[in-house]
Design a protein around this ligand. Structure first.
Ligand code: COA
Length: 703
C-alpha cells in the first residue's frame, strides 16, 4: 500500500536539522531518535557536523542508500529546491513542516510543490504541519513534546496546535496512540488517504479526526462509509457556527463546507460526530478499549436514586436501550438487594448498600446473558467503605472487560476524585459525570449498529440520460446557465415525474385555447430567458377561473414584465393546470463544493426557511436512504399524518429523491436542481412536481 512507507519508512531524512535546541529542526531529530526509530536517520544541514551523535549530511545527494521519508523544516523560500533534491534522490514521501503557503494565500507555491513532487512520484503531507507519529514505525517525526505512548487510537488533525496539545492530553489521560498525523493544508495527502491506511493497520482500533474544511469530500465519504463498518471513526469539526466557519476559512485556507451537508454526510458514512474535543477524545478512548456489546440490553446499577434518573435521561438522549424484563431483573438481583432497594432498571441499591452489595449486583448483571452492558454509578455515602472501592472496580472490570462493555461514573469528594484519577490512569473507563459515561457507551452502541448494518446495495435507476442531456445541451448552446420552464418540464417528464399539464402559448389566442384545453382553473407564467425571478417581475398569475380572467392576466403579465425588464425577449406565456393543494415539500440536488453531488429533502415554507429542517445525503441514494432522509426530519410527523390528517405518500417522495440523486450524480453539468414545491398527497395518490428549476454549469466550465 502506498501510504505504508509514510508510516513505516525504512530511512528518514530531516532537511533543516539543526544543532540549536531552540529550533524545530532540532526537535524533530530529537523526537525521531528518542522514539526508538530503528531505520536510518539522516539529518541534512549545509553546516554538516553532528546532532545528538548523528552525522549531519551537507546535502541529501550525499546520503548513500534509499530514503523513504524526507521531513522538510526549512524556510518557505528553500522548499521547492529541497523538493527537487528529494525527487532526484528517490524519496517517496515529503513531510513539509514549513508554513507560509495556501494558509496565507500563497497557493501557487503550494501547487508547485505538489506538481514537482508528483512528477517524481512523491506524495506530500502538509505543508504547514507539526509532523507525523506512527506506532507501526516506532517513529515520532513531530516537533511535539515527545514521550507518546503507543496504543490503539489514531488521530488525524487539521489543526497543528490542537494536535500538539493532544500529545500532552494523551499522556495525562494514558491514552495510547497508534498514529498521530497533522494534515495542515492538505495540498496532496488528505484524510481519505490516511484513513484508508489506518483501516488496514491492526494496531488502530478507533480513529479521531479533527476537520476544518473538506476538499475531496466525494472520495472521503466513500472511504469512510466503508471503513466505519470495520472501525469506529469519530469526527470533531470546527466551523459549525457562522463565525466559526469564517475563522476556519482564514485558518488553513480551505473553506469549511456548509455544516448541514457535512453533518448529514458524516452520519450517512457511519462517522460519529462529537460536539467537543473533550467528547471526541472520551469516545475514542472508550471505543478503542471496550468490546462491542453482544446485544442492546443495558442495565444501570446505582446506589443513588438521583444519578440513576439522570443516567436514564442520558440513555434516552444517547440511544442506549435499558433492559426492562422485570421478573428477570427481580430474580437476578434477589441475592444482592438491600432492604428498600429496587430491582427495576435503574437498579437502585440505595445509600444503604455496602461494597459487597455493589459488587454482587454488578456481577449479577455482567454474568447474565440477557444483559449486555452495564452502567455502574456510585455516589459517595457514609456507609460505604471507599478505601476498598478502587480494588473492587478493578476486579469487576478485569473479570468482564473482554466480554461486556462497562462504564463507571463516580461522584464524591477528594477520595473519590483520587479513585477516578487512579483508575483512569490504568485505562479503566471511569467518568466523573453521568452524561459523559453514557455518551461514551452510546457512541459504542452506534458503532456497533454501524458495523452490523448491511450496506445498502447500489440501486440501478434507469434514467434516459441521453435525452435529458439533449435538453441541457440545447440550453448551453444558447449560452444559458439555467433551463427555461418548458425545458425543465421536459427534464421532469423524462424523469417520469408527475408534472402538471402545461403549454407554451405565443399570443393571446393560443393562450385562451390552451387554457380551454387544459381546463380551468389555470396558472400563467411569463417565459423569458431574461427574467429569472418571474414572480418579482409580476410575471405570474394563479387561479384563473375563466376566459375573461385569462385575457386580463395575459395583458397584465406582459405589461409588468416589460416594465420590469424593458429589453426582455419574451417567448410567450406558459399556461398550466392549477394543482390541488397538498403538503408542500422541497427536493433539491446540487454539486456541493466539498462533497460533490448531494441530494436534499425538506418540507416547504417555514420548515425549510425558519427551522432549516432539511436532510442531506451524498448522492446517489437508494430507497432505504431516501426513506431515512424523510424520517430524519423533525417535521416528519406531518407526513405521517397528525391531528386526523391521513398519512402522506412517503414512498412517492422517496421515489423522487432517488431519481434526483441519480440525475445529479450522472449529469455533473447540472449545478443545482430544485423541485419547489413537490406537492404530496395522501398515501397512494402520489406527488406533483409543480415547479422545477435547473441551473447548469457554464458551457466553458466557468461558473
Ligand atoms: N537544507 C538543509 N538545511 C537548511 C537549508 C537547506 N536547504 N536551508 C536552511 N537550512 C538550515 C538552516 O541553516 C538552519 O540550521 P542552523 O540552525 O544550523 O542554522 C535550519 O535549516 C533551519 O532553518 P532556519 O532558517 O533557522 O529556519 P527556522 O528553524 O527558523 O524556521 C521553519 C524553519 C520551517 C520552522 C519555519 O520556516 C516555519 O515554517 N515555521 C512554522 C512551522 C509550523 O508552525 N508548522 C505548522 C505547525 S502545525
Amino acid at each position: 500500500m502506498e501510504m505504508r512507507s509514510l508510516f513505516e519508512p525504512r530511512a528518514i531524512a530531516v532537511i533543516g536539522a539543526s544543532a540549536n535546541p531552540g529550533k524545530i529542526g532540532y526537535r524533530i531529530v530529537e523526537n525521531v531518535v528518542r522514539s526508538g526509530y530503528r531505520g536510518g536517520v539522516f539529518p541534512i544541514n549545509p553546516r554538516g557536523g553532528e546532532i545528538l551523535g548523528l552525522r549531519v549530511y551537507p546535502a541529501l545527494a550525499e546520503v548513500e542508500g534509499e530514503v523513504d521519508v524526507a521531513v522538510i523544516a526549512i524556510p518557505a523560500e528553500g522548499v521547492i529546491d529541497a523538493v527537487e533534491a528529494c525527487g532526484a534522490h528517490g524519496v517517496k514521501h515529503l513531510v513539509v513542516i514549513t508554513s507560509g503557503f495556501s494558509e496565507v494565500g500563497n497557493l501557487e507555491a503550494e501547487r508547485r510543490i505538489v506538481r514537482l513532487a508528483r512528477e517524481h512520484g512523491m506524495r506530500v503531507l502538509g505543508p504547514n504541519i507539526f509532523g507525523i507519529y506512527s506506532a507501526a514505525g516506532s517513529l515520532d517525526a513531530t516537533f511535539g513534546p515527545g514521550g507518546i505512548e503507543p496504543g490503539s487510537v489514531a488521530i488525524v488533525t487539521q489543526s497543528g496546535a490542537l494536535g500538539i496539545a493532544m500529545i500532552g492530553k494523551t499522556a495525562t489521560e494514558s491514552v495510547g496512540l497508534s498514529a498521530l498525523v497533522s494534515v495542515g493544508n492538505k495540498a496532496d495527502i488528505d484524510e481519505a488517504d490516511l484513513i484508508e491506511y489506518l483501516a488496514s493497520d491492526d494496531r488502530t482500533r478507533a480513529v479521531l479526526m479533527y476537520i476544518e474544511g473538506v476538499k475531496d469530500g466525494d472520495r472521503l465519504q466513500g472511504i469512510l462509509a466503508d471503513v466505519t463498518r470495520r472501525k469506529p471513526v469519530v469526527v470533531i469539526k470546527a466551523g459549525r457556527s457562522k463565525r466559526g466557519s469564517m475563522a476556519a476559512a482564514s485558518h488553513t485556507g480551505s473553506l469549511a463546507g456548509a455544516d448541514e451537508v457535512f453533518d448529514s454526510v458524516m452520519r450517512q458514512s457511519g462517522v460519529l460526530r462529537a460536539e467537543s474535543v473533550q467528547e471526541g477524545f472520551s469516545w475514542v478512548r472508550y471505543l478503542a478499549s471496550a468490546p462491542l456489546p453482544p446485544g442492546d440490553e443495558t442495565v444501570i446499577v446505582t446506589n443513588g436514586g438521583g444519578i440513576g434518573v439522570m443516567a436514564t435521561d442520558a440513555c434516552e438522549k444517547y440511544g442506549v436501550v435499558l433492559y426492562d424484563d422485570q421478573p428477570v431483573l427481580a430474580e437476578t438481583f434477589s441475592g444482592a438487594m438491600p432492604d428498600f432497594g429496587s430491582s427495576k432498571n435503574p437498579v437502585d441499591l440505595t445509600g444503604q448498600a455496602t461494597a459487597e452489595d455493589y459488587e454482587r449486583a454488578l456481577d449479577a448483571v455482567l454474568a447474565e446473558d440477557r444483559m449486555h452492558a452495564a452502567i455502574a454509578l456510585y455516589c459517595e455515602t457514609a456507609l460505604f467503605d471507599t478505601s476498598r472501592f478502587a480494588d473492587l472496580l478493578r476486579e469487576v472490570y478485569a473479570r468482564y472487560r473482554e466480554r461486556k462493555p462497562i462504564v463507571f461514573s463516580l461522584f464524591g469528594g477528594g477520595e473519590i476524585e483520587a479513585v477516578i484519577r487512579d483508575l483512569r490512569g490504568e485505562g479503566i473507563p471511569v467518568f466523573g459525570d453521568v452524561y459523559e459515561a453514557v455518551s461514551a457507551l452510546g457512541a459504542l452502541y452506534r458503532a456497533r449498529r454501524r458495523q452490523r448494518a448491511r450496506a445498502e446495495p447500489p440501486e440501478a435507476v434507469d434514467l434516459p440520460i441521453a435525452e435529458i442531456r439533449r435538453v441541457l445541451d440545447a440550453a448551453r448552446a444558447d449560452g444559458r446557465t439555467f433551463l427555461l420552464a418548458p425545458e425543465a418540464a421536459q427534464v421532469a417528464a423524462h424523469l417520469g415525474l408527475d408534472v402538471p399539464r402545461s403549454t407554451l402559448a405565443r399570443n393571446l389566442d393560443e393562450t385562451v385555447r390552451a387554457a380551454g384545453e387544459i381546463g380551468y382553473p389555470v396558472a400563467m407564467k411569463i417565459v423569458s430567458k431574461d427574467i429569472v425571478h418571474k414572480s418579482d417581475a409580476g410575471g405570474v398569475a394563479l387561479d384563473l377561473e375563466n376566459e375573461d380572467e385569462v385575457v386580463d392576466a395575459y395583458q397584465a403579465i406582459l405589461r409588468s414584465a416589460r416594465a420590469h425588464v424593458p429589453d426582455a425577449v419574451i417567448g410567450g406565456v406558459e399556461v398550466a393546470e392549477m394543482v390541488r393543494p397538498g403538503v408542500e415539500t422541497i427536493v433539491g440536488a446540487r454539486q456541493d463544493p466539498s462533497f460533490g453531488p448531494v441530494v436534499m429533502f425538506g418540507l416547504g415554507g417555514v420548515y425549510v426557511e425558519v427551522m432549516k429542517d432539511v436532510a442531506f445525503r451524498a448522492a446517489p441514494v437508494g430507497r432505504a436512504t431516501a426513506s431515512e432522509m424523510i424520517s430524519d426530519l423533525r417535521s416528519y410527523p406531518i407526513l405521517l399524518g397528525v391531528r386526523g390528517e391521513s398519512r402522506k405518500d412517503i414512498d412517492a417522495i422517496a421515489d423522487v429523491v432517488v431519481k434526483l440523486s441519480h440525475l445529479i450524480d450522472r449529469c455533473r453539468e447540472i449545478a443545482d436542481i430544485e423541485i419547489n414545491p413537490l406537492v404530496v398527497y395522501d398515501r397512494g395518490r402520489g406527488t406533483r412536481t409543480v415547479d422545477m428549476r435547473i441551473l447548469i454549469k457554464h458551457p466553458k466550465g466557468v461558473s
